[in-house]
Write a protein that binds this ligand. Structure first.
Ligand SMILES: *Cc1c(COP(=O)(O)O)cnc(C)c1O
Length: 380
């Protein structure tokens, strides 16, 4: 059994993918070919009216470009969650700004608006604090949009830039709006295992702000000005490959159908598992749709998790832990001075959570086996 089955998808659309790849081979436009523009317009239209999409080299670079475009740097505090992939906070430190971690809401694993406001207030009142509140990076973890009603309100009130880390949530919805439409800039990833994944690295920034869009377009080509050899700012080489754009265009044709298939898999897990008192299944708030990048469940403690994962493995059922160490306890962030106990909800999730196989092509009998194995484990 596969944790994520990219082959089943490829079999469905292999011809279309090959045609798109060969067309790039024939054209010779390997860098910034027409497929990049077409993907940008296709995806930005999908995300919402008046949205600009700017393709780039990865989800990480999308976040980096977003922070560069808003001018985050030394002396700036950027608030984010410690229960996420390293990239979310790594880019903050890379630019010399300071990640300020804020605990999650234990119900949905996304940044807690209450804790966020508390952290901003505490930071502002701290005597001698040299950090200036600059931005918030909210993460749509496992494909579920964060609480944007409250987070946007906090961003407005304290005049902070809001960046949506939508690496896992392309296609998700929050109160009738698509993921990637929140905040000042949104960033997604086309890493192969993401809901819309290519066959290599890729990402995209989304924004309604034309000025930010122009700066990002410049930054990702070495800070280009009106032409390639005029450099008006320090940038990076952060372009999306034409071949990846061509592959993603083929994959996008079946993307909405795949989202529905993911939803059906999630529904079946929920039906099968939510009656078990020893298992916490994901809660999707009303008026939200998850892109179901992961289907993650919580058990009582790390020992039960280890035993259950072992039993599933014996039956050839793969599982994964996202994320075993919250970022404030990562050695890379030692300098920030956080200790264990700083963010109890993130720490508890790291100890108790794990993810089950989730992809649009998970077979009924496979899913039945997963559900039955988990039920047996707890009913023994
Ligand atoms: C995958 C991921 C990223 C980074 O995306 P890449 O394309 O792998 O660089 C950033 N944030 C989150 C939450 C992710 O899951």
């Amino acid at each position: 059994m596969n944790f994520i089955d990219l082959h089943a998808q490829q079999e469905r659309i292999r011809e279309k993918i090959e045609r798109n790849i060969f067309s790039v081979l024939d054209s010779g436009s390997y860098i910034m070919g027409p497929e990049v523009k077409l993907l940008e317009s296709t995806l930005s239209e999908y995300v919402g009216e008046g949205v600009y999409g700017i393709g780039c080299s990865s989800g990480t670079d999308a976040l980096l470009l977003a922070l560069m475009a808003i001018g985050a740097g030394p002396g700036d505090a950027v608030y984010t969650t410690p229960f996420t992939f390293i990239a979310t906070a790594e880019v903050i430190s890379l630019l010399g700004a300071t990640p300020v971690f804020v605990d999650i809401d234990p119900k949905n694993y996304n940044i807690s608006p209450d804790a966020l406001e508390e952290a901003i207030k505490t930071g502002m009142n701290k005597n001698g604090s040299s950090l200036k509140p600059k931005a918030i990076i909210s993460v749509d973890l496992f494909g579920l949009p964060a609480d944007y009603e409250n987070i946007s309100q906090i961003a407005d009130q304290y005049e902070l830039v809001l960046v949506e880390d939508a690496a896992q949530s392309f296609g998700a919805e929050y109160k009738g709006r698509k993921a990637c439409s929140f905040g000042n800039v949104a960033c997604t990833s086309f890493f192969p295992a993401k809901p819309l994944g290519g066959y290599g690295d890729g990402g995209m920034c989304f924004t309604k702000n034309e000025k930010i869009a122009d700066i990002i377009r410049s930054l990702l080509v070495h800070g280009k000005g009106t032409h390639k050899y005029e450099n008006v700012r320090i940038g990076i080489n952060g372009r999306l490959d034409t071949i990846q754009a061509a592959i993603l265009l083929a994959k996008f044709e079946i993307f909405d159908e795949e989202l529905k298939l993911r939803q059906a898999v999630a529904n079946k897990y929920c039906q099968g598992l939510s009656a078990l008192s020893a298992v916490e299944t994901p809660q999707v708030p009303k008026q939200c749709l998850s892109a179901w990048a992961q289907y993650s469940i919580m058990v009582e403690d790390s020992l039960i998790r280890r035993n259950l994962q072992a039993v599933l493995k014996q039956r050839n059922i793969p599982t994964a832990i996202y994320y075993p160490t919250p970022l404030h306890l990562q050695p890379a962030f030692n300098d920030l001075g956080y200790a264990k106990g700083a963010f109890v909800n993130s720490e508890a999730a790291s100890e108790r959570i794990f993810s089950l196989p989730m992809h649009p092509y998970l077979k009924d009998e496979e899913q039945n086996a997963i559900i039955e194995t988990i039920k047996d484990f707890f009913q023994k």
